[in-house]
Design a protein around this ligand. Structure first.
Ligand SMILES: [Ca+2]
Ligand SMILES: [Ca+2]
Ligand SMILES: [Ca+2]
Ligand SMILES: [Ca+2]
Length: 214
């Protein structure tokens, strides 16, 4: 029993034996509720800095070590660490600031970093290449229709509605239902796909370009 609950129990006992204290006890109980509320674990959302989420929708383990993530600038290069593997149905977050990310999402461990460039608040091209330089996936996201507007400088992220949908099209993305998005896990807007289309490789599945730094 925590202190607040113990105090409530104690106050209720007093009220039981001393009816004249009921009003006072009522007021004290209200202040207990306040302290319980204030002591609860608040969701801390500071600013996780930019990140993207990759997803493996296939049935195969895929080695993505030495694959390269870039934005629209060919000089902006993040090389995925050697031997990194993405198992079927697994997610991996690439982040700009590991400390900030961990601060915001202490329970998410499937992330790597750091890329030293920003994801533009006005939209830009983000690209994933394999170790031979072949394009695996790319998304030229935007901050205007048909792309969802809410992720632009606000709490939600851009989430792909289903991995089999063409992530080059804005209408296949939605603003996350949750501020901060769903890094490293299934998207909050995920909707089962009826088209049975097959996805052949790693997909850029979620983008957080909320950071005000660019
Ligand atoms: Ca950029
Ligand atoms: Ca913008
Ligand atoms: Ca694509
Ligand atoms: Ca996600």
């Amino acid at each position: 029993m925590n202190n607040s609950l113990f105090l409530k129990y104690y106050l209720l006992e007093i009220a039981h034996f001393n009816p004249k204290y009921i009003l006072m006890v009522g007021i004290l109980l209200m202040s207990c509720e306040d302290s319980i509320f204030n002591n609860s674990d608040e969701i801390k959302y500071v600013n996780p800095a930019d990140w993207v989420e990759l997803y493996n929708p296939t049935n195969e383990s895929i080695t993505i070590g030495l694959w390269v993530f870039k934005d629209g600038n060919d000089d902006h290069i993040f090389i995925i660490p050697e031997n990194q593997i993405l198992e079927p149905d697994q997610y991996l977050v690439l982040c700009k600031d590991s400390l900030a990310f961990n601060d915001n999402f202490p329970n998410i461990s499937n992330f790597i970093g750091e890329f030293d460039f920003g994801l533009n608040g006005g939209g830009e091209l983000v690209r994933l290449f394999d170790a031979e330089g072949g394009t695996v996936d790319e998304v030229d996201y935007d901050d205007s229709s048909p792309w969802p507007l809410e992720p632009d400088g606000n709490g939600p992220t851009l989430e792909l509605i289903h991995p089999s949908l063409d992530n080059g099209l804005g209408e296949n993305w939605a603003a996350s239902d949750i501020n901060g998005g769903t890094p490293g896990m299934v998207n909050s807007v995920y909707t089962a796909d009826s088209s049975n289309s097959l996805v052949s490789g790693i997909v850029i599945n979620e983008i957080n370009y909320n950071s005000p730094d660019e």
